[in-house]
Design a protein around this ligand. Structure first.
Ligand code: ADP
Ligand code: TYD
Length: 203
């Protein structure tokens, strides 16, 4: 089973991915927790090129190639071996982030994103949690971390609002695997709903 978390920056994806991994491990399940961009040594190197520096550093097209290169390495080295070994893979972001960040919010590049995905990745998650919330609140949470990885946060609140809309339309496009979760609640309340849905999918 391949589970992903998606949503705008600061919505609580990492927190929820970690909590779900811990909850499933506590029940004796074998879980690999990973993230994008990154999740394998090569992809983590590419990550630094993407999340640090000037917001204008790359065009949307170049970004699509870099994210897809990182994802291909992540898939080959981490995701597919784990799935073949029967482990549950939980990834903090995956291809839906490229569809929204590069494919919708920065120009009409969705077709290009989908073509590259079909050729180079060709795998969708079984279950995707969209942690949905108000961009202003999420941005405040995200920037408060002072991570030094704020290239996309630095594109501003208007950009985050476009991203939110993009994720919600994607959820409507793939209703079979998407679950939209209200992220503007306590981490415990969000985690309880996520766990309930994941367990019912695993059964
Ligand atoms: P993301 O991975 O979506 O960027 P994080 O899980 O890293 O989000 O959360 C961003 C920040 O907000 C972190 O400092 C985290 O501790 C905090 N946070 C996460 N979930 C919640 C929540 N439900 N309520 C308040 N703060 C939260
Ligand atoms: P992430 O570490 O998940 O950031 P955050 O914790 O702020 O949500 O991801 C880093 C940034 O990369 C994030 O701003 C979203 C962006 N991104 C894309 O633009 N396209 C992609 O395909 C992926 C996976 C991430």
């Amino acid at each position: 089973m391949f589970i992903t978390f998606e949503g705008i920056d600061g919505s609580g994806k990492s927190t929820q991915a970690r909590r779900l991994a811990e909850a499933l491990r506590a029940e004796g399940r074998d879980v690999v927790l990973t993230r994008e961009p990154g999740g394998s040594p090569g992809a983590e190197e590419i990550r630094r090129l993407l999340v640090e520096g000037d917001p204008e550093r790359w065009s949307a097209e170049t970004e699509i190639l870099l994210f897809t290169a990182a994802r291909r390495d992540h898939l080959e080295k981490t995701i597919l071996p784990a799935l073949h070994a029967g482990q549950i893979v939980i990834s903090d972001r995956f291809a839906d982030s490229t569809r929204v960040y590069q494919g919708a919010a920065r120009g009409e590049l969705r077709r290009l994103v989908d073509r590259l995905h079909d050729e180079m990745i060709g795998r969708e998650p079984d279950l995707t949690f969209l942690i949905d919330m108000e961009p202003a609140e999420a941005l405040e949470r995200g920037l408060a971390r002072n991570s030094g990885e704020d290239r996309f946060e630095d594109m501003g609140a208007g950009f985050q609002a476009l991203l939110r809309e993009g994720f919600l339309s994607l959820a409507a496009e793939y209703p079979a695997r998407f679950r939209v979760i209200d992220g503007a609640r306590s981490p415990e309340a969000v985690a309880a709903e996520v766990k309930r849905i994941a367990e019912s999918a695993l059964r």
